[in-house]
Design a protein around this ligand. Sequence first.
Ligand code: AMP
Length: 284
Amino acid sequence: MKILTTVSELKAEIKSWKRDGFSIGLVPTMGYLHEGHASLIRRAVSENDKVVVSIFVNPTQFGPNEDFESYPRDPNMDSALCRANNVSAVFAPSVSEMYCRDAFTFVDVAYLTEPLCGRKRPGHFRGVCTIVSKLFNLTKADTAYFGEKDAQQLAVIKRMARDLNFDIEIKGCPIVRESDGLAKSSRNTYLNEKERTAALVLSKSLFHARDYILSPEGKAAKAKDVITRITDEIMKEPLARIDYVEIVDSENLRDADELKGGILIAIAVFIGRTRLIDNVSLNL
Ligand code: AMP
């Protein structure tokens, strides 16, 4: 497995793979890899001749008061996980390698970035779409893999690739959870013992909502009733503070009043100072 840190090294590697006719899979990450990332990597390795895992804590997708500086980093652990999963190359550039000081070009996806995390984290998706576009161009990947854990991000990237005619297929992969239900996340490492227990309120409230919607008594329920149930459950946890609880149409991410068709129940909750997201999608 190669560890590449410069754009020119990556370009040379891609050029030789392309010359040999290899298919290329890309898994973009911010590192501190866990089983969620590993599931994307394993799928990419099983479906492509060569796989690049990018590891880059992207400053442009963090707000001024967010955790860019403190975001967990462990390059050695990341390389070991990639090597164990037969990744062809890790691309781990520095910030100055990825961004020219006088870069004036950004990729903005409208509409789909208005609700949910887009509303709460202004500029976040602009940073995500810009870095992902750069990675698509650099790796010339045939397929890129993203987690459904970041459901809005997946929808936004799919739309960006379609709208800008990127010659790449975007594949979504299911959420990987801890055995007690907590969605795996690099940010879980911020949680102390009490917070780790409190964080279960995210997945629990979502699963209860799903069970209710699918039950006979929940059949006629409206989205607002379900939102109230989730909100009430989360508010019972003293360490939790709701950022948002929304139920949206999974295609256009607009509020779903009626519970029918494809819906996404998406939540963001602070546990102490740590902001966690989770979601459940349903086809009704
Ligand atoms: P991150 O390093 O957090 O930016 O995540 C990199 C990729 O891994 C994104 O496409 C995420 O959606 C995906 N991912 C992160 N956590 C999980 C998880 N628990 N299950 C599935 N995919 C995940």
